[in-house]
Design a protein around this ligand. Structure first.
Ligand code: 4FV
Length: 243
């Protein structure tokens, strides 16, 4: 899978992509991520990427030309234009389902906004606009990194044990079950005995019940769309009766 990320802060993006699961996946060649400095696509000696807003008002707006030149260069280099994504608060709210859908594409291009945002005409070359949440950040780089990280986890081999991706929270639309590791007891708090039992059937049932109970308590709306099997539906009914 190929990612092109267009930003005025390439070092910030490269730093985040140089570590952890995604960093290793890039080293292993499972992913190709090229970070492109938007200023390399400017033509004036000040390498300007922003300008004053028509109609006045605070802040600056990102210019069209450097962004279009960057998209042209990517298309020329890759031979495909890719799926162009703009991260902005006006986009569709990102979630695991959207991550899974995007992971089916071969080539994603992520445009990172800054300042007040991009000139509206940039959207004529944007396929999808994505928001990571209803708050305003100072730039689109962090959202772009969220998208790269979440999508990359669907690429076979990126996450050591593909099983854990399948069990990732939200993959099945539920919140995750509690996790424990050594020490077995600390401050009088013991790890639940079932997890020490070695009985994998009991452990699996306990984890399912915990996921359902936590989802019912914290995010009940997720249960409307979660893909539950018969056993989970039985557990959920019991939890709801007890609630
Ligand atoms: C954002 C978000 C976000 C808005 C203006 C960048 C900033 C600045 N992007 N989800 N929330 N972007 O706040 O995606 O250009």
């Amino acid at each position: 899978m190929i990612f092109d990320v267009v930003t005025i802060f390439p070092a910030m993006v490269e730093a985040a992509l140089s570590v952890g699961v995604v960093g290793r996946a890039i080293e292993k060649g499972l992913l190709e991520v090229k970070v492109r400095d938007l200023r390399d696509f400017t033509t004036d000696r000040h390498r300007s990427v922003d300008d004053q807003p028509f109609g006045g008002g605070p802040g600056m707006v990102m210019k069209v030309e450097p962004i279009f030149k960057a998209l042209d260069a990517i298309e020329a280099a890759r031979g495909t234009k890719g799926t162009v994504l703009l991260t902005s608060p006006q986009g569709a709210v990102f979630n695991q389902g959207l991550a899974a859908r995007l992971s089916e594409r071969q080539h994603l291009v992520l445009l990172c906004g800054r300042y007040e945002g991009v000139d509206e005409r940039v959207r004529s070359r944007v396929d999808e606009e994505i928001s990571i949440g209803d708050y305003v950040l100072s730039g689109g780089e962090l959202p772009a990194l969220v998208v790269v990280d979440a999508v990359a986890r669907f690429v076979p081999g990126v996450v050591g044990d593909d099983q854990s991706v399948a069990e990732d929270s939200f993959s099945r639309g539920l919140l995750d079950f509690p996790h424990y590791t050594r020490p077995a007891e600390i401050g009088g708090e013991r790890v639940p005995d079932v997890l020490m039992s070695g009985n994998h059937g009991d452990i699996r049932r306990w984890r399912r019940r915990q996921s359902l109970a936590r989802t019912l308590e914290r995010r009940p709306e997720l249960l409307d769309t979660a893909a539950l099997d018969d056993e989970e539906r039985r557990i959920l009914d019991e939890l709801r009766r007890k609630a």
